[in-house]
Design a binder for this molecule. Structure first.
Ligand SMILES: [Zn+2]
Length: 291
């Protein structure tokens, strides 16, 4: 080993892990899937079982998480959602009946934002600061509406992996020239990705146009490797996992999540936090450039 490698200072690490749970429960089956089948709907009911298990797991590990909860879930399971809030977790907006904002007119998108926020206020006493779009789609109006409603961050876009950034307004996409990036606005983006989401790996949609049911070890290896890349090569950043109580709440998957939490906790310089806290820190340390 060259001598200079021996004296190279150890780069200090600063990695924040955000565990996020989209507590869709029945809304995803009744809304976008339009299901009338008691069996299909009962898959959403399992979300309530998973949520209770996750609350226990998070308590044992002393980790606070961010829960994105549709208004319909809040109205259907108010006691569980109250327990989530009373445990100190963040509750973010996730539509009412899991509506895709890109598929509704602007006045309906506004109405859904109002209704979902009202449901959250009934539980927490305050308006949500975080928004995660159902299906991770945004309409051309979404960013403006989120600003108008006083949200501090969105978590639906994928332009970076471990670094927050600011959403934009005014992008243009001409077919005969380069993409034109619009103006950054004071809405932090906490990025997501399908590879850091439990549903594509584990979810099963019948008839079988999507078969997940992967083993926990496969998913552990992908999630842990992404964490390793962040920790070892970047040293600083935010690691955001998106999970669903009705998916991750099965026993074999929960054991995997516990193993992953233990693994990440074993690294110096790793902390767990809510996304609300991360967004506020980003606004404080990297204020948006005023035009
Ligand atoms: Zn969802």
């Amino acid at each position: 080993m060259p001598a200079h490698d021996l004296v190279r200072p150890i780069m200090s690490k600063n990695v924040t892990v955000c565990l996020s749970f989209d507590f869709d429960a029945l809304s995803i089956w009744l809304g976008p899937m339009r299901s009338k089948s008691p069996s299909t709907i009962s898959r959403g009911e399992f979300g309530a079982v998973g949520a209770e298990r996750l609350l226990d797991l998070l308590r044992r590990h002393q980790v606070l998480a961010s829960w994105f909860i549709p208004g319909h879930t809040i109205d259907t399971y108010p006691k569980i959602v109250q327990k989530i809030a009373d445990s100190g977790h963040e509750i973010g907006h996730h539509g009412y009946l899991h509506e895709n904002p890109a598929s509704v007119p602007p006045d309906e998108e506004r109405r859904i934002l109002e209704r979902g926020s009202e449901c959250i206020r009934r539980i927490t006493g305050k308006s949500p600061v975080g928004y995660r779009s159902p299906a991770w789609d945004l309409s051309p109006h979404s960013v403006g509406l989120l600003l108008e409603f006083g949200f501090q961050y969105d978590s639906s876009l994928m332009a970076t992996d471990f670094t927050p950034y600011y959403c934009r307004i005014g992008d243009e996409a001409p077919q005969d020239g380069p993409y034109v990036f619009g103006k950054e606005v004071d809405l932090v983006e906490l990025p997501v990705d399908w590879s850091l989401d439990d549903w594509p790996y584990f979810g099963l949609h019948w008839p079988a146009h999507h078969v997940g049911l992967r083993t926990p070890d496969e998913v552990y290896s992908i999630w842990a490797a992404d964490f390793d890349f962040l920790y070892q090569h970047l040293g600083t950043g935010v690691f955001i996992l998106t999970m669903h109580p009705q998916v991750i709440g099965r026993g074999h998957r929960l054991l995997m999540l516990e193993r992953l939490i233990d693994y990440m906790k074993s690294h110096v310089g790793v902390t767990f936090s809510t996304m609300e806290h991360v967004a506020a820190e980003w606004q404080r340390t990297h204020p948006v450039t005023k035009a």
